[in-house]
Design a protein around this ligand. Structure first.
Ligand code: GDP
Length: 369
């Protein structure tokens, strides 16, 4: 029958077709009463939230009301793709509500990283993005580092508010929410419906002990992140799971580095100097001469130069070239969203070009480490 059915947990319209979309319920579960969507099922039975995703515009439409409510917004970003995982327009959308910036995956940074310096760096970057935050907390949701500080800051700033958790995809939002559920929530209580006017999408509200809610929002998909473009298999190679071992290259002008077949770094002009690559150690780096780079790529992409393999390469946009001017007197990073970054160690100045799949964001920034 074609009757429209809604999840008894969160109220989302149920569907049987797409496990990756909101409201999915496996056919076997459809005949049970009450029917709840797979997402609610997982939260109820396994304390496990997993992100549903939306494009940014739809996200802002869905959550446009947050500015009018009294809420604490936890914005989770990924230190490994800081710019790429920042939500543009977040300041406008949250209104006067406080934002707590939780910077996740710090376990990936080299052990020697100076954390106070890092927090200052983050505060400056947030400010540049027009984001005023009540606190910056570093953590690793996966390795359970810094979580006390997250809870502490949350309690300090929450008052009597609901908590909205927002973040781009793959920043670790589910991992973090699962920890929050374990620490905070009263799973005996029912998951409640939260329907908002003008949308068919709903949010999962997880009841807290004091009658307030943690609201899990859909993960925002940014197509400017390489992590959104690669296959599942390459995603696990792209996203490091242990501390990054930076690799230093002394290069002369006219030399090129390939990062698998995913990206390419050309040192076109400038004094001999060193560059430090911060990326997943599962990605092999090949050095060659700039004048040979095109040929090497044509002959060896997807084989010697991998990931991705040849087949997966077909599904990636072609490499696009970004000329980059590094002025004298500055120590900067070139960031390739989702892949990592290259620190230009000297302040001697350089002319570079980055080749990355078309659409992937390439940017320079004050150096992080
Ligand atoms: P979501 O899409 O934001 O909900 O992200 P998930 O919680 O599903 O995590 C995305 C990926 O990042 C998974 O592969 C996680 O294992 C990984 N991840 C999450 N938190 C951390 C962390 O603190 N450190 C590291 N290294 N990986 C993490």
């Amino acid at each position: 029958k074609e009757e429209t059915m809604y999840c008894a947990g969160c109220g989302v319209q149920l569907q049987l077709e797409d496990p990756g979309k909101l409201g999915y319920v496996p056919a076997e579960a459809f005949n049970k009463e009450p029917v709840i969507c797979q997402r609610c099922y997982r939260i109820k039975h396994y304390n496990e939230s997993s992100s549903i995703t939306l494009k940014q515009d739809d996200f802002l439409k869905l959550l446009g009301h947050v500015g009018q409510t009294n809420a604490l917004v936890i914005n989770i970003v990924d230190i490994f793709d800081f710019e790429g995982s920042m939500i543009s327009g977040l300041a406008r959308f949250v209104g006067n509500n406080p934002i707590l910036l939780v910077v996740n995956k710090i376990d990936l940074l080299p052990k020697v990283t100076n954390l106070n310096r890092l927090i200052n760096w983050i505060q400056r970057q947030a400010k540049e993005h027009g984001l005023r935050v009540v606190d910056v907390v570093l953590c690793s949701a996966k390795k359970n580092q810094g979580f006390d500080r997250v809870i502490q800051s949350l309690q300090q700033h929450r008052g009597n508010r609901d908590i909205y958790v927002v973040g781009a995809t793959n920043v670790g939002k589910s991992t973090l929410i699962n920890r929050l559920i374990a620490d905070f929530s009263d799973l005996e209580a029912e998951l409640t419906t939260s329907q908002y006017p003008g949308t068919t999408l709903d949010l999962v509200k997880i009841p807290l002990d004091d009658g307030k809610f943690i609201v899990d929002t859909p993960g925002i998909v940014y197509e400017h992140r390489l992590t959104e473009l690669v296959s599942k298999r390459d995603l696990t190679r792209l996203m490091p799971d242990k501390p990054i071992k930076p690799i230093v290259f002394q290069l002369n002008e006219g030399q090129t580095l390939f990062f698998g077949a995913l990206a390419r770094f050309d040192f076109i002009q400038g004094p001999r100097q060193s560059f430090t690559c911060y990326l997943s150690n599962a990605i092999e780096i090949h050095r060659t001469k700039l004048e040979r780079a095109d040929q090497l790529y044509a002959d060896h992409k997807g084989v010697l130069l991998n990931p991705p393999n040849l087949e997966e390469l077909e599904n990636l946009p072609k490499l696009a070239k970004h000329p980059i001017h590094i002025p004298k007197g500055k120590v900067l990073d070139v960031q390739i969203s989702g892949l990592g970054w290259i620190k230009i160690n000297s302040d001697l100045g350089a002319e570079l070009a980055i080749h990355a799949p078309k659409g992937v964001k390439v940017a320079i920034r004050e150096s992080l480490i």
